[in-house]
Design a protein around this ligand. Structure first.
Ligand SMILES: Nc1ncnc2c1ncn2[C@@H]1O[C@H](COP(=O)(O)OP(=O)(O)OP(=O)(O)O)[C@@H](O)[C@H]1O
Ligand SMILES: [Mg+2]
Length: 362
């Protein structure tokens, strides 16, 4: 694995299409890591690593992930380069680094560092889940690390950035299982002083804050909501939306909240953990997750507070959360009400907020 010895190196550049064809073996199917809403991602290698980071020893190579965007309009040309250049300058230990981009003809590609342990999704529900590589300690580090990455986007990046698509496939894991939040590249950049931007809804069902789904108002607190869902998923191993039957879906919060209210925390822990977890930390994660996923945005903490809370640095704030009315009298019920079933976990950009709200029945 490549080690970065230096600090603040200019570590991104513009790539040619020819180079990226060579790096990915012509976007070979065997190199494909997966496919998302915006295109396909391919594994590749750059033989002359020195072109991208002077500190790599001569002859070493860099493993990269190349996202090839599908459907791109000519109008977006300038915005693409400007936005990616800004994002490429955002550096944080828990944010996936952009290595550069390519914009030639109709092709738009983004180059990232390759993450050898892939995504959190693959460990929780995918082909790595049987290996049980995520012990409790790793999960806590992933929870805190990803919270720190998002807190950086919200509070320290200039301009401030709302992610808008926080979910398990967008939290990647490096060789040491350190969390790297990915795909903030498609977030809208928030001008200073603005509290929210109204946009068409973009995101993934199960992670969407209700006010965002209904009104299309993206703000930091929508990311906090999605992060709450992600935290619950990390602790419980459950999916954000679980299919109970062909027409019934249960949200992770509908399942977890009553159990949390009754203090039945051991029933919430991911069975894959085999009971090996810290009681105090599990409780902290579950309560913080549920308050993050509160239906009223003003009740949600900021990501800076979430970091403090998860680290256990803020006992008083945690006590306030624990005593919140949200956790009073929610009887556990194994058959929670039906949720919408549209057969897809994706909300496409063309779909207007009202339509999304209808589908979610919120
Ligand atoms: N740098 C990377 N290293 C390793 N795997 C990656 C990298 N970037 C993306 N992937 C994986 O490739 C797959 C496709 O990613 P992509 O971002 O296109 O889709 P997604 O995360 O499922 O959805 P979305 O389009 O909403 O982000 C995902 O499983 C993702 O975890
Ligand atoms: Mg992604």
């Amino acid at each position: 694995m490549r080690k970065e010895k230096g600090k603040k190196q200019p570590t991104w550049r513009v790539f040619s299409l020819k180079e990226l064809h060579a790096a990915t073996n012509n976007f070979n199917y065997d190199n494909k890591l997966g496919e998302g809403a915006f295109g396909s991602v391919y594994w590749g290698q750059l033989w002359d690593g020195s072109q991208i980071n002077q500190l790599l020893p001569y002859g070493d190579y860099l493993q990269i992930a190349v996202k090839r965007l599908k459907v791109w309009s000519d109008k977006a040309e300038m915005e693409f380069s400007v936005e990616v250049e800004i994002l490429a300058r955002v550096r944080h230990k828990n944010l996936l680094s952009l290595r550069g981009y390519c914009a030639e003809g109709q092709e738009r590609l983004i180059v990232y560092d390759y993450m050898p342990n892939l995504s959190l999704l693959s460990h929780l529900h995918g082909h790595h889940s049987a290996e049980c590589l995520l012990d409790w300690n790793r999960r806590m580090n992933i929870a805190i690390g990803s919270a720190e990455g998002i807190a950086y986007l919200h509070h320290h990046a200039t301009p401030h950035i709302i992610h808008r698509d926080i979910k398990a496939s967008n939290v990647l894991l490096d060789a040491d299982f350190k969390a790297q939040v990915a795909d903030f590249g498609f977030a809208k950049l928030i001008p200073d002083g603005a509290t929210h931007v109204t946009t068409t809804v973009k995101g993934t069902l199960g992670y969407l804050a209700p006010e965002y789904a209904m009104l299309g108002k993206a703000s930091e607190s929508c990311d906090v909501y999605s992060f709450g869902i992600l935290l619950l998923e990390l602790a419980t191993g459950k999916r954000p939306l679980e299919k109970l039957s062909s027409s019934m879906k249960r949200t992770i919060t509908n399942w977890a909240l009553p159990l949390a209210c009754e203090g039945r925390l051991s029933e919430l822990a991911d069975p894959q953990l085999n009971g090996k977890y810290e009681d105090v930390e599990l409780k902290r994660v579950v309560f913080v997750a549920l308050i993050c996923a509160h239906s009223r945005p003003e009740k949600r903490p900021t990501m800076l507070e979430v970091v403090e809370l998860l680290k256990g640095d803020s006992k008083e704030k945690f006590a306030v959360i624990e005593n919140d009315e949200l956790f009073k009298s929610q009887p556990a019920n194994d058959n929670d009400g039906p949720a919408a079933d549209d057969g897809s976990d994706f909300i496409w950009e063309e779909r207007e907020p009202k339509q999304v709200a209808k589908e979610l029945q919120v």
